[in-house]
Design a protein around this ligand. Sequence first.
Ligand SMILES: Cc1cc2nc3c(=O)[nH]c(=O)nc-3n(C[C@H](O)[C@H](O)[C@H](O)COP(=O)(O)OP(=O)(O)OC[C@H]3O[C@@H](n4cnc5c(N)ncnc54)[C@H](O)[C@@H]3O)c2cc1C
Length: 380
Amino acid sequence: MKVVIAGAGVMGLMLARELAETGVRVCLLDKSEAGREASWAGGGIISPLYPWRYPQAVTALAGWSQQYYPELIAALYEQSGIDPELSEEGLLMLHVKDAVEAKAWSANLQKTPAQHAPNTPAWLQSISDEKLGALEPNIALADAYKEQALWMPRVASVRNPRLLKALKNFVYTHPRIEVKEKSELISFQEKAGGVSISLACTERIEADKMVICAGAWSARVLNLPTIQVAPVKGQMLLFDAPRGLLNRVVLSDGRYLIPRRDGKIVAGSTLEHAGFDKQTTEDALDSLRQSALTILPALARCPVIKQWAGLRPGSPNGVPYIGKVPGYKQVFINAGHFRNGLVLAPASVRLMRTLLTNETPPFDAEPYGCERPRTKSLVS
Ligand SMILES: Cc1cc2nc3c(=O)[nH]c(=O)nc-3n(C[C@H](O)[C@H](O)[C@H](O)COP(=O)(O)OP(=O)(O)OC[C@H]3O[C@@H](n4cnc5c(N)ncnc54)[C@H](O)[C@@H]3O)c2cc1C
């Protein structure tokens, strides 16, 4: 079987790996450079922010992926020699307004499926002032923060640009994967038992099946009213900080800090509905810097060395589309992961693979189907 994947972000790259490993031939297309859009721009937190606020469909994918991430990262490091820098230091959440709901969500998960047992990333607890101070001595411990701090000790993060480099190394060296960058899909047609794909450069590619993994551009590619995926811009900053200033991901009032292994700290993020515009702005710089300093005052002495923006693929309630595209037999979609594409990718591509190869899915595929009613609120 030959599968064309349109879009080489984390979804397309991981799906190519997943399929090639099971013997499928893959042609992976990207309109520009592989792994340089949302997947590169993201923060690399291997958990939804405030995970209890998402539907069960997101929790199910996140739980599966979180279990699988350490094994995946170890395999990619070995295959590519590039270390995606998985850090398993947990997630601290300050100033949580719905802590009661959060604890109920975690307790409920721990009662049911094995994948959410107490030693897993869904394990959430209150944290004492002493413990908080011991874990992160440099964060601002105003009373309002201490009062409602929560701690998810098993949540990890990765340095996503390195993860993408490792995945790119894998797809470029795998004998069953052909990679075509600067190759934009502009149209496609189903024909007996397959799909014919036209690229902007006028080349045509024939395949048995095709999967749209075009992130925020997916609805544009498919042009179907049922597929509601829209760009949601996110801006980020990078601080040049000394090692040890911060040790783990800290989230407060919707803004977060992510320490990298070399000491640098990523500060995110804005949520903007600005179409496909990716310009960075002074307003976002000021606002993100202010939020970062409120959490970690010592950042006032650290220069901002980079600012960037990416386009999240927003979808109804953040539940991705993983399945067959309505009206087609051989055309599929794996897109719309909104704020959680890095954490959801392993589970999402495993489900997609099983749908393409007619294996038994690892979990119920129904919530991710494309035949959902249209909704007014695109993202939560
Ligand atoms: C600021 C920010 C912070 C984030 N932080 C996190 C986080 O901490 N944790 C987390 O889990 N998620 C995070 N996310 C979300 C995550 O980055 C996305 O959900 C994820 O990267 C989506 O992956 P994707 O492969 O679907 O899309 P993308 O990475 O955008 O890839 C889509 C690809 O498709 C290509 N393409 C588009 N149209 C065509 C076409 N016609 N033909 C060929 N190729 C095409 C594009 O060039 C692109 O390379 C963040 C996102 C942003 C912007």
